[in-house]
Design a protein around this ligand. Structure first.
Ligand SMILES: *Cc1c(COP(=O)(O)O)cnc(C)c1O
Length: 485
């Protein structure tokens, strides 16, 4: 095969036809793989591992695209999990809206890199516009800024890093960027609820502060941060000579979808001179539901916000943003390189987004938001998000009304945590039974659901991020679970 015809899309007719043919065959294969609504074909790990064992990834001689695609069709596509299925409700990872898959083709084809303007002229300007609009959407003012990231974990690290640097620079008058952590770094404290995401601890470790700097605040029965406890913990730390620098409001906890009380946290942060970060990796999508947006309007009061578009917003992985109320604090992530983001270029109006980012080479993910927001508009988006939250409310009320189920908390977003109770006279204990039911659903029923622990009990979890899910379908899933008791 002549390599010149099938390496890149160019202006040449042969290359264009190779591109079109490969794309078309691939899209057809994906569409044809969707033959039913099961979320998973069921193969257990050891079987799948055996089936996908690769003797030689790099054979002496290659093969045609058709051959390789047929192998993908045979081995890989049937065994992928299908987040678009109404039988998939395991995690916050959902399906990808059609227009955003189309956007991915453009992103990959033109492969812009967002670090400097000369690698991504239009893409840079689009990201800037998208960020400006997002800041307005979340109620931020003129000074706000933001950047796309690889995900909520990176957005959290970015927000927390800015919080730490802000505290060192403005409260301790210490240049942490230049000198590293100050001598009293072991006294730094950040506060986050006991059901917050583990990226808090990971970030603390990466920032050189360690897990010990993360104070876990108890939650109330609705799984929201107990504000009285937060205040007491801060007071106790100050008495002990520690340095509270940041509080984190989780806006949509990973397991329960609960939302921490942002206005009350804002007051405490102001009183004690602390940064307020919002981990809205999950709950950021609620802003687009006309019916439920008020549940997250406290976001405007936070100093930084983690927004994840590959969760509630249903865009392909990866797609996430880090928004900062006062963009000047991005200075923590700015460093000039002679070959990339020269200061002289910036003076002449070239925007180099690497100045706000932990990544250097970075994807043009903003295009997915741009296309999807414009195409569906406020109304279209509101319907999608509202349906997910309505579904969770319905599922919760059905479980409450059905014998054999115990539900943890009333959903604020779209996650419902519950467990089945064994039938009278059953010898199986509840934990074992719930674990067994999840596995049976996964391997024998094509249904993928979540599992977690709440108050020491094994619980099951439905994360309802599929607007195609109907009440009838939810009823049938309740019946299916009862039948497996
Ligand atoms: C998913 C999640 C994260 C991590 O986001 P990624 O995009 O997976 O890196 C952080 N915080 C919360 C609350 C989450 O639900």
């Amino acid at each position: 095969m002549n390599f010149q015809n099938n390496v890149f899309l160019t202006a040449g007719a042969d290359e264009k036809s190779a591109y079109l043919s490969m794309m078309e065959q691939t899209i057809r294969a994906a569409a044809e793989a969707m033959t039913h609504d099961d979320a998973y074909a069921g193969m257990p790990p050891y079987e799948l591992r055996k089936a996908l064992h690769v003797d030689e990834l790099l054979p002496p001689e290659g093969c045609s695209f058709e051959e390789i695609l047929s192998e993908v069709k045979e081995k890989i596509l049937p065994n992928l999990v299908r987040p678009m299925s109404t039988n998939y409700m395991a995690h916050l990872h959902g399906s990808a809206l059609l227009e955003s898959i189309a956007a991915e083709i453009i992103i990959a084809t033109f492969n812009q890199s967002m670090d400097s303007w000369d690698q991504a002229p239009a893409a840079t300007e689009i990201e800037v516009e998208v960020i400006r609009n997002l800041c307005a959407l979340y109620g931020y003012g003129e000074k706000a800024d933001g950047v796309f990231t690889s995900g909520g974990s990176q957005s959290n690290l970015s927000g927390l890093l800015l919080a730490r640097d802000w505290f060192c620079n403005e409260k301790l008058r210490y240049d942490v960027k230049k000198y590293g952590l100050p001598g009293n770094f072991r006294k730094f404290r950040m506060y986050t609820s006991e059901v917050s995401h583990f990226s808090m601890e990971k970030s603390a470790h990466l920032m050189g502060l360690g897990y010990e700097s993360v104070v876990k605040v108890p939650v109330n029965s609705a799984m929201q941060m107990d504000i009285k406890a937060l205040e007491e913990l801060i007071e106790a730390d100050i008495k002990a000579g520690n340095l509270p620098f940041c509080a984190v409001a989780t806006v949509g906890t990973t397991d329960f979808g609960s939302i921490d009380p942002m206005p009350a946290m804002r007051k405490l942060c102001d009183r004690y001179g602390m940064w307020l970060h919002a981990d809205a990796a999950y709950g950021s999508g609620v802003i687009l539901s006309e019916k439920y947006a008020s549940r997250v309007n406290g976001l405007a009061a936070c100093d930084s916000i983690t927004v994840d578009f590959h969760k509630m917003f249903m865009l392909p992985i990866s797609c996430s943003a880090s928004l900062i109320k006062n963009g000047k604090y991005f200075d923590a992530l700015t460093i000039h390189a002679d070959y990339l983001n020269r200061e002289e270029d910036e003076e002449d109006g070239y925007i180099n987004l690497v100045n706000k980012s932990m990544q250097t080479t970075r994807r043009f993910d903003a295009l997915k938001v741009w296309m999807s927001f414009k195409m569906r508009g406020r109304e279209g988006w509101s319907e999608l998000i509202t349906r997910c939250i309505d579904n969770a409310a319905y599922f919760y009320s059905q479980l409450k009304a059905t014998d054999g189920f115990e539900v943890t908390n009333e959903p604020e977003i779209s996650s419902v945590v519950f467990r089945l109770l064994p039938e009278n006279g059953s010898s199986e204990d509840a934990d074992t039974m719930n674990k067994r039911i999840r596995r049976e659903l996964l391997h024998h029923k094509g249904v993928v659901i979540g599992q977690t622990v709440c108050n020491g009990n094994v619980c099951l979890k439905f994360t309802l991020l599929n607007p195609l899910l109907t009440c009838e379908k939810l009823d049938s899933l309740i019946a299916l679970m009862l039948s497996l008791r």
